[in-house]
Design a protein around this ligand. Structure first.
Ligand SMILES: [Zn+2]
Length: 65
């Protein structure tokens, strides 16, 4: 019955990004579906979303713009 709880097998994957709005480095976390990373700027709470294509992201750095 390992699959009965989906939380246990899920890794908490995150992406480190530079938030250009405040010039701070932060982490955003993969959403439940696994098709994007979602997060907020730690300083101004600006929301950011990075789409994941084909199970990976093509760029190493993202800006919150
Ligand atoms: Zn900010």
């Amino acid at each position: 019955m390992e699959n009965s709880s989906d939380n246990k097998n899920q890794k908490k994957e995150f992406l480190g990004i530079m938030f250009e709005c405040c010039h701070v480095y932060g982490r955003i976390y993969k959403n439940k579906i696994g098709n994007a990373y979602n997060g907020y700027c730690p300083k101004c709470m600006r929301p950011i979303k990075i789409k994941i294509e084909n199970g990976g992201t093509s760029n190493r750095f993202f800006n919150a713009g």
